[in-house]
Design a binder for this molecule. Structure first.
Ligand code: IFM
Length: 446
C-alpha cells in the first residue's frame, strides 16, 4: 500500500534502478500553435474545426507557441535535467490531408526537434497520434471508417522513415478510450455524440495500432521500442452490491484495449455490442491487433466509484484536482499490480501522470506545493508497484508546460512550468525545481 504523506520522497526511497528514465510529456495540439496552412503548410485537424465551431472555447491557434520556441523549450528541458521527453507528432502537420503529399516543413520541424533533444542528451519518446486527426479523414468517416486504420499505417511509415534512425521509443496511439469519447460524446473532437459507433471506433483504432506496429517493425532499427499508451481508470464499487457493475464497466471502458492488445480478443462484456454495431472484424484482425509490443505506456490520473446502477458517484470529502478528479495514489499501485497479474505485461512506462491545480504566486515564485506533493505521492505509488514485481522503467510528468486542456482551455493548469498567456514566458514552478533535484540525485547514482 502506498502512503500519502506530506513528505517528499528522496531518490534512495524509490525502487528505481539506474536505467529508470525520468521525463516529462506534452502533445502537439496542446502546445504547438502555428496551425495556419498558408504559412506552415499544416492541414486542418478535427480539433481546429471543433474549436472554431465553438468560439466560446479557447483556441489552439497559438497554444503555447512551441512550434516557434522549440529550441528554447529544449534548453529549458535540459536545464531541468530531463532524461527523456515524450511528445506527439501532428498527423496533419506531416500529411495535411492525412495521406498523399508530405508537408516538408512539418516533417523538418520534428527532425530538428529530435536532433535538438539528442544534442542535449534527452531521449525522444514519440507518440504518433494524440487526437489531432486530419479533418479530410474525418470527412471520410474518421475513426468510424476502417480506411482510417490503413491511412494511419501509411502515416506511421512516413514518420518512421524520417525519424526512425534517432528515436528509440514509438507509441502508436495515446489513450484510445478518449479518442472513442470524441465519437460517442460531444465534449471532445470530433464531437459526434453517437454511442452506437463505439465498437467500430474501438476496432478501427486497435487495427490502426496493429497495422502501424507492422509498418514500424519493417521501418525501424531492430532495437527501437514500440508500444501504445492507455489511460487506466480503475472503477471501485460504492457498495459490495455494485461489484459486478464496477468490474463490467472497467472491462468495457478501459480493459477492453488491454484484452485486445495483450490477449487478442475482445471481452465477453462487449460481445452483444459488437454484433449490434455492424463492425467488420475480418479474419486475422485480432492477430494483427495483438502483435508484440515492447512496452505499455500507462497514463494515470484518477479512480472512479460507481453505484449499483452504474452511475459515477463523487465520494465526499476527498482531495480533488481542478478537473474534479479524486487524488488517490494508492489506487495507482493497486491498478499496476492488478494489470501486471492479469496481462503478464511487457515493460511499463508511466507516460503521463499529473494534476491540474490552482497555482499560487508568492514573491515571484510559483508555489505549487500541492502538485509537488502529488508527484511525490505518485512516484512512491509507482515505486511500491515496482517493489511488488511490476517492471516499470520510466515516468513522465504531465505536463511539462501549462497548455491547452482541450475543450477546457488554458485554465486547467497541469504544467510543472508556468506559461504566461500574454508574453508566453516560461517559468519553472516549485514542482519543476523539486523534480529537477530528484532527477539530479538519480543521475548521481548512474
Ligand atoms: O491533457 C490530457 C492529455 O492530452 C491526455 N491525457 C490526459 C491529460 C489531462 O487531461
Amino acid at each position: 500500500m502506498s502512503r500519502e504523506t506530506g513528505n517528499l520522497p528522496d531518490i534512495s526511497e524509490l525502487a528505481f534502478g539506474p536505467e529508470f528514465l525520468f521525463g516529462a510529456a506534452t502533445s502537439a495540439y496542446q502546445i504547438e500553435g502555428c496551425v495556419d496552412q498558408s504559412t506552415y503548410g499544416r492541414g486542418c485537424s478535427i480539433w481546429d474545426t471543433y474549436l472554431k465551431d465553438r468560439p466560446h472555447l479557447d483556441s489552439g491557434e497559438v497554444a503555447i507557441d512551441h512550434y516557434r520556441r522549440m529550441e528554447s523549450d529544449v534548453a529549458l528541458m535540459k536545464a531541468l535535467g530531463l532524461q527523456s521527453y515524450r511528445f506527439s507528432v501532428a498527423w496533419p502537420r506531416v500529411l495535411p490531408k492525412g495521406f498523399g503529399a508530405i508537408n516538408t516543413k512539418g516533417l523538418d520541424f520534428y527532425d530538428r526537434l529530435v536532433d535538438k533533444l539528442l544534442e542535449n542528451d534527452i531521449i525522444p519518446n514519440l507518440t504518433l497520434y494524440h487526437w489531432d486527426l486530419p479533418q479530410v479523414l474525418e470527412d471520410k468517416g474518421g475513426w468510424a471508417s476502417r480506411d482510417t486504420a490503413y491511412y494511419f499505417a501509411d502515416y506511421a511509415a512516413v514518420v518512421a522513415n524520417r525519424l526512425g534512425d534517432r528515436v528509440p521509443f514509438w507509441a502508436t496511439l495515446n489513450e484510445p478510450e478518449v479518442i472513442v469519447a470524441g465519437y460517442i460524446g460531444k465534449s471532445l473532437a470530433p464531437g459526434v455524440g453517437d454511442y452506437s459507433l463505439r465498437m467500430k471506433v474501438i476496432h478501427h483504432l486497435m487495427l490502426a495500432h496493429g497495422f502501424a506496429l507492422q509498418t514500424l517493425r519493417d521501418s525501424l532499427p531492430k532495437d527501437a521500442q514500440q508500444g501504445i499508451v492507455a489511460n487506466l481508470v480503475p472503477i471501485d464499487p460504492l457498495t459490495p452490491k455494485a461489484e459486478t457493475v464496477a468490474q463490467n464497466r472497467w472491462m468495457r471502458d478501459y480493459a477492453v484495449y488491454l484484452e485486445a492488445i495483450l490477449k487478442g480478443a475482445y471481452p465477453e462484456v462487449v460481445e452483444k455490442e459488437i454484433s449490434k454495431s455492424g463492425v467488420e472484424i475480418a479474419p486475422g484482425d485480432m492477430a494483427i491487433i495483438s502483435g508484440h509490443i515492447d512496452f505499455l505506456g500507462v497514463n494515470w490520473y484518477l479512480r472512479m466509484v460507481v453505484n449499483e446502477r452504474d452511475r459515477v458517484v463523487d465520494v465526499p470529502d476527498v482531495p480533488r484536482t481542478l478537473m474534479g478528479w479524486e487524488i488517490r495514489a494508492e489506487a495507482f499501485t493497486r491498478t499496476l499490480l492488478a494489470i501486471h497479474e492479469e496481462y503478464r505485461l511487457p515493460p511499463v512506462y508511466i507516460t503521463e501522470n499529473g494534476a491540474a491545480l490552482q497555482d499560487t504566486i508568492v514573491g515571484g515564485e510559483i508555489e505549487d506545493k500541492g502538485r509537488r506533493k502529488y508527484f511525490g505521492d505518485h512516484l512512491r505509488a509507482v515505486s511500491d508497484a515496482v517493489k511488488q514485481g511490476v517492471d516499470v522503467r520510466g515516468y513522465y510528468a504531465w505536463s511539462l508546460f501549462d497548455n491547452l486542456e482541450w475543450s477546457l482551455g488554458y485554465q486547467k493548469t497541469f504544467g510543472i512550468v508556468h506559461v504566461d498567456r500574454k508574453t508566453m514566458e516560461r517559468t519553472p514552478k516549485l514542482s519543476a525545481k523539486w523534480y529537477a533535484s530528484l532527477i539530479a540525485q538519480h543521475r548521481e547514482r548512474l
